[in-house]
Write a protein that binds this ligand. Structure first.
Ligand code: ATP
Length: 371
């Protein structure tokens, strides 16, 4: 686990070896199998993973809607494992905005404060302030049904933020929006989070969304955290086969270690190809390993390149022109298929056609062994 930024301070949220088991029709389902993580104050933190991996369950344990079967939940250093949700200083925003349909935007946002008997002048000030943050000033009198999905989501956000929780938990809050609006709201959410400076914990199965907004991401797989790191590291250095496959497009290759020298190793891929890789993960001669290289790190050429790059030979099986890039599928001697993205930044020349023999090369540091 990577240290949270500013980890010398007390973390906003900690899960300490948390396990959650449900019993369903006499059968025990282990939804969360031992998760430990620590979220810093003011951090935008995402729980990312496919359906059923335990994201929502983990978040519900932070909120207090579920009791862990094992382990400890801490908020701002205090053990809250058996504290009920309404006594925890966190708020949750759901995908279904759950706005009151008969109330105006203003009334929806002011509702919680009125119930807490906050005085009228203070309500006016705080609701006005938060509507400005979510960019809904001037829309106070609208009803939810008179607003777009994105606007309704911002009302839901304002309603949660107006209580000034120390942390906000968001469960797929943009799930109901179409792609364009979703992308606009991602930027907007990140801006709002920066403006209010509150810790956000964000559940999503959408890798692009997590990469766009998060300070750090915990990638979950089958009830466990596979990798916890910042977006760049998650993308550039996926730790496991699962993370490599789930985030972006990856080429997975199998090879046998031929030679190890310092921080690099030579691998044999099939009968004739030899590649050099960097070895942060220790390997020994004779090991069978899986390695990955991202499609955009690969250079495609119709002649064998000179130099110390890793080079493999293959045959082009597919060429797709995509405007900003050309994508190639190349089959190697051992049958492995490699995807190559060639950016059309300077010219859009197609390097090779279907059936051509090509050499694919990349720098050793762009390919490494997966757990
Ligand atoms: P999704 O993105 O589909 O919401 P998720 O990653 O949030 O998925 P969870 O909702 O945390 O996953 O569920 C994790 C596992 O626990 C799943 O196998 C789910 O079927 C099971 N599960 C969740 N809630 C319950 C429950 N109340 N009773 C029994 N099993 C449950």
């Amino acid at each position: 686990e990577t240290a949270a930024p500013g980890s010398q301070q007390v973390p906003a949220i900690e899960l300490d070896n948390v396990v959650k088991e449900y019993t369903s029709h006499g059968e025990v389902v282990r939804a969360v199998k031992g998760v430990s993580l620590s979220i810093a104050e003011g951090e935008f933190f995402s729980l990312l993973g496919p359906s059923g991996c335990g994201k929502t369950t983990s978040m519900r344990m932070i909120a207090g809607f579920e009791d862990p079967t094992q382990g400890v939940v801490r908020l701002h250093g205090q053990d809250v494992t058996s504290v009920p949700p309404n006594k925890r200083d966190v708020n949750m925003v759901f995908q279904s905005y759950a706005l009151f349909p008969h109330m105006s935007v203003w009334e929806n946002v002011a509702f919680g404060l009125k119930r807490k008997n906050v005085d009228a002048a203070e309500i006016k000030r705080r609701v006005g302030e938060i509507l400005e943050v979510v960019d809904l000033t001037g829309r106070e009198k609208r009803r939810p049904r008179e607003m777009s999905g994105g606007q309704q989501q911002r009302v839901a956000l304002a309603r949660a933020l107006v209580n000034r929780p120390r942390a906000l938990l968001l469960d797929e809050p943009l799930g109901a929006l179409d792609l364009k609006l979703r992308q606009a709201m991602q930027i907007e959410l990140k801006r709002i989070q920066r403006d209010v400076g509150i810790t956000f914990v964000y559940v999503t199965h959408d890798q692009g969304e997590a990469l766009t907004m998060s300070d750090r991401i915990a990638v979950m797989n089958d009830g466990l955290v596979d990798q916890l790191a910042d977006p760049r590291e998650i993308y550039e250095r996926p730790a496991t086969k699962f993370v490599a496959g789930f985030i972006g497009t990856s080429n997975l290759l199998s090879g046998v270690v031929q030679e190890v020298t310092g921080s690099t190793a030579v691998l044999a891929l099939g009968p004739s190809d030899r590649v050099v890789i960097s070895t942060e993960t220790p390997v020994a001669v004779g090991d069978s390993v899986e390695l990955t290289v991202r499609p955009e790190k690969i250079t495609i050429a119709t002649e064998q390149p000179a130099g110390d790059r890793s080079v493999v030979r293959g045959t082009v099986s597919e060429v797709v022109y995509l405007g900003t890039s050309n994508n190639y599928a190349v089959v190697l001697a051992d049958g492995a298929e490699i995807t190559v993205f060639q950016q059309n930044a300077h010219d859009s020349t197609i390097t090779a056609e279907r059936g051509d023999t090509v050499w694919l090369s990349w720098q050793p540091q762009h390919s490494y062994v997966l757990r």
